[in-house]
Design a binder for this molecule. Structure first.
Ligand code: IMP
Ligand code: MG
Length: 171
């Protein structure tokens, strides 16, 4: 039987997203900030985060998935590339969760070819257990040692993204 065990409440999420938005607003003052949300998992976090940022910024969406295959560096396939010209922009990649780090490392490599002024990572959850690629996460709302969580945009087989809080999924 599938069990959903409450892990992070709506209130805790709100507090952390507010804090992160405040930090980003201060750090990117005077810069050309673009929030680039990684589909699909980041859609709710991105929607809340953008409203906590008080400086002007642009928003883009990237659809990407990575697979290691035979190449150790990992390859990336896009379902949606960025629309905004990112050259000279200060790109902040917004992710739901960093797990192995493979998706982000492939994505960082691609974004770098577009010559942004800077590129950093903001994630709702930084999960350490299965990290394979070292990733420098500039902003993270929560850290998680292990487990599989759903809700607030995060899915299991495309379900549970709609849950307003974060739950531990036990199958
Ligand atoms: P990775 O960092 O390349 O391994 O991939 C991260 C992606 O895997 C995330 O964007 C999620 O879509 C998915 N993922 C990893 N861990 C979880 C989890 O605990 N719950 C839901 N999705 C997860
Ligand atoms: Mg997913």
């Amino acid at each position: 039987m599938t069990q959903l065990i409450p892990m992070i409440s709506q209130k805790e999420i709100k507090t952390q997203v507010q804090k992160t938005g405040r930090r980003i607003s201060a750090d990117y003052e005077g810069k050309k900030l673009v929030l680039a949300g990684v589909l699909k998992g980041a859609f709710i976090f991105l929607a809340d985060l953008t409203r906590e940022i008080t400086i002007d910024h642009e928003i883009d969406l990237i659809g990407a998935s990575s697979y290691s295959g035979t190449s150790s560096t990992g390859e990336i396939t896009f379902t949606k590339k960025p629309d905004i010209n990112l050259e000279g922009k200060d790109v902040l990649l917004v992710e739901d969760i960093v797990d192995t780090g493979n998706t982000l490392s492939a994505l960082l490599k691609y974004i770098n070819t577009l010559n942004p002024a800077s590129i950093k990572i903001c994630t709702l959850i930084n999960k350490h257990e299965r990290r394979e690629t070292e990733i420098d996460v500039a902003y993270s709302c929560f850290t998680l040692e292990k487990g599989f969580i759903v809700g607030y945009g995060l899915d299991y087989n495309e379900l549970y993204r709609n849950l307003p809080a974060i739950f531990d999924l036990k199958l």
